[in-house]
Ligand binder design. Sequence first.
Ligand SMILES: C[S@@+](CC[C@H](N)C(=O)[O-])C[C@H]1O[C@@H](n2cnc3c(N)ncnc32)[C@H](O)[C@@H]1O
Length: 319
Amino acid sequence: MSDSATDSSSTDSQNTDSRSTDSSDLPRVNEGGDIPFTHIPVLSKELIEGVVSRPAGVYLDATVGGGGHSELILAAAPESCLVAIDQDEQAIAAAQIQLAKHQERVRFWHGNFVDYDPGGLQFDGIVADLGVSSAQFDIPNRGFSFRHEAPLDMRMNQQQSLTAAEVINHWDEAKLAEIFYVYGEERLSRRIARRIVERRPLKTTTELAETIFYCVPKSYRYARIHPATRVFQALRIAVNQELAVLEKFLHLSPLWLKPGGRIGVISFHSLEDRLVKHTFRESELLQVLTKKPIVPQEEEMQQNVRSRSAKLRLAERLV
Ligand SMILES: C[S@@+](CC[C@H](N)C(=O)[O-])C[C@H]1O[C@@H](n2cnc3c(N)ncnc32)[C@H](O)[C@@H]1O
């Protein structure tokens, strides 16, 4: 269970981060200060070129994470200001350190991007880089990964009450099978849900991963990806209601743009990308700028495995 390569998914390579950054000068996220908050931003050049056009503009980063994209926006538009949102307190803390030198130009907002109220503010550009950060995935006690033994948590917002443990131990079998099938595209969803219900309560990430491992056929156990990968993706999406909030955000955010303002959304699996594609296309406020999604160059994919499944879509507000 220790091989990071087994923790990858063809549908979501957010689980396969490469960490080539020197971590000595990165923000720390735990009280003891020994876990660095590492996240390499993906499709950065393409996102900034696509969204940032006014040097003194007002920008919104709806998913600030470690602050990588925000920092590039502030550098590309030297007289701009930026609202930085994240629902994860650890991410906000890390981004505050990362963006400290621009502090007069940045306003942080902790919460879910669908609950943000811009008031009278309108933006020249909005970016959203969806899903989990490498840091969330790598910090063992967040419970996103079966590489580490940890409580089943998976909350991006630590103030939320619903955890992965609640879903695994209290949702009924049919509902579990449904989320594994729909959010994880897991074809053995029913079999896995049945075994989980037989074996619960399950307390840790590794208990869950082992339960899944031993209930699937041998051929499946030793396939390219670990058999628990899709279930972990599905659980994360369910715990954080990722698709429901994304859909709302895609309807709200065009209203927050100035005419001529641009939005760029980076997604990591087909369920998200489909939503972005259709909502942009159907919006009366937006003109789609990317008929096909922008994907990383070969070089970026080699340097950062996590970028492999990233897709960027851009649109511009018409009126
Ligand atoms: C892929 S990371 C963003 C990384 C960032 N672009 C950077 O360069 O460091 C995604 C971040 O979005 C946050 N996030 C995901 N969904 C969110 C939501 N609905 N509302 C607010 N933050 C969200 C996560 O907590 C995570 O920190």
